[in-house]
Design a protein around this ligand. Structure first.
Ligand code: SF4
Length: 407
């Protein structure tokens, strides 16, 4: 690998390594450039193989545009944070992480056709099967959400979606590329519930591929599942690097309002169990990754204090994820007075975290989120949509939900 390839990638504003090294499949079978670009599709697993989709005309055109010097417009979830509030984008993060494959970009024809094919990073959402129906989620990502919407007569599509018409369609791709995989990202539905997740870990273990990086976004509601009732902690301890990101947005009652179906006591027990594992096995790490939106912005500090008081945080990280879409849940829609209360509260949080190992990272995230929040005033159409949505989705009604969110 030449240093110039790496330099070019890391300095570039239009190159992203993912269309060269990534295989991402959504729950409905769309093969997409990455999990944050769902507006562009390389193909569909119900019409072609995953292998074919990654080298389809659409995939080639996507790469060709980058080679020609411009970031595709569908990548706005990267360009926006980079340009508007100076946050590290997913593109920049991935370019750093997979920079050792930078030479692949040069081994590409101007029309985007890859001369060397390498899939090192896998993100396959096998199914939308999920036991929670988070208030900001949708039917494609949660079967529980789809079920609620069907029952209410607001949705008539499938409840459970499957990315592949037949499991073998995926396993043939997986077996062919298993030697190349460096990282696998498991995300929703709820990955720990999925039989494919268990089978995938078993295949990796059988192949002796334990040095791979396994990364999770999980609601931590379950640590065992499937027909075998496998215990995921038993499997994780056999791998050298497992990063568990717990999607916990609030605690207690607010957790139950935001992540509908939450059993908070169970989640707290599971959190303790993963935390204990992370202490016993240095390869396993735990981070709390609250999705910060209008309903929990004022509760971040309370969540941090609560988790610390339960000893479930200690040296683990708190790494907030900023919700930008759907836009009616965005913290930009807080009033000016509410924004100033949020800033006071986050400043207190930054001070409390100051001495802790996670302090620097958390403070940087809080600063980025403040900048984003202050970029725009609230939008009337978003607020109307939010109120209508809360009236539809919570028996409490919008006024009471907002009151319990401290707004
Ligand atoms: S630039 Fe961003 S949105 Fe586009 S493929 Fe890369 S990571 Fe995804």
């Amino acid at each position: 690998m030449s240093d110039t390839s790496v330099d070019e990638l890391l300095k570039s504003k239009h190159l992203c390594i993912l269309p060269w090294v990534h295989a991402a499949v959504w729950t409905d079978g769309r093969v997409i450039p990455c999990c944050i670009n769902q507006d562009y599709s390389f193909g569909h697993t119900h019409q072609m193989s995953l292998e074919q989709a990654l080298d389809s005309d659409a995939a080639n055109a996507f790469r060709a545009q980058m080679l020609a010097g411009s970031l595709p417009s569908s990548c706005y979830r990267c360009s926006q944070p980079e340009q508007e509030f100076g946050s590290l984008s997913y593109r920049q993060d991935m370019n750093r992480r997979f920079q050792h494959h930078a030479e692949l970009i040069r081994q590409t024809d101007p029309d985007g056709r890859r001369r060397v094919r390498r899939s090192v990073y896998l993100d396959v959402r096998f199914s939308n099967l999920c036991n929670l129906a988070c208030i900001m989620c949708d039917e494609i990502n949660s079967s529980s959400f789809a079920q609620i919407e069907r029952t209410a007569g607001r949705y008539d599509g499938p409840t459970v979606r499957r990315a592949f018409p037949s499991p073998q369609d995926f396993w043939s791709f997986f077996d062919q590329h298993i030697a190349d995989f460096e990282e696998i990202y498991f995300c929703g539905g709820e990955p720990i519930l999925l039989a494919e997740h268990e089978q995938l870990l078993e295949r990796l273990l059988r192949a002796g591929k334990t040095r791979i990086h396994l990364r999770y976004n999980t609601n931590l509601s379950r640590l065992s599942a499937g027909s075998s009732g496998y215990n995921v902690l038993e499997m994780w301890r056999q791998f050298e690097r497992v990063s568990v990101h717990a999607s916990i947005d609030a605690f207690g009652e607010l957790a139950q309002i935001i992540r509908r179906g939450t059993n908070w006591d169970q989640i707290e027990k599971n959190l303790q169990a993963v935390f204990s594992l992370s202490q016993a096995y240095p390869g396993v790490s735990l981070a709390i990754t609250p999705t910060v939106q209008i309903l929990n912005a004022l509760h971040l500090t309370d969540l941090y204090r609560h988790l610390r008081s339960r000893g479930a945080l200690a040296d683990s990280m708190v790494s907030p994820n900023l919700l930008m879409f759907p836009s009616h849940f965005s913290i930009q829609n807080l009033s000016r007075n509410e924004k100033s209360r949020v800033i006071d509260s986050w400043d207190r949080l930054a001070q409390e975290a100051n001495q802790a190992p996670e302090g620097a990272h958390l403070r940087a995230r809080l600063d980025e989120m403040k900048t984003y929040m202050l970029l725009r005033d609230s939008r009337d159409e978003d607020l109307s949509k939010l109120r209508a949505w809360l009236d539809q989705t919570s028996s409490l009604g919008h006024a009471e939900v907002l009151r319990r969110a401290g707004l």
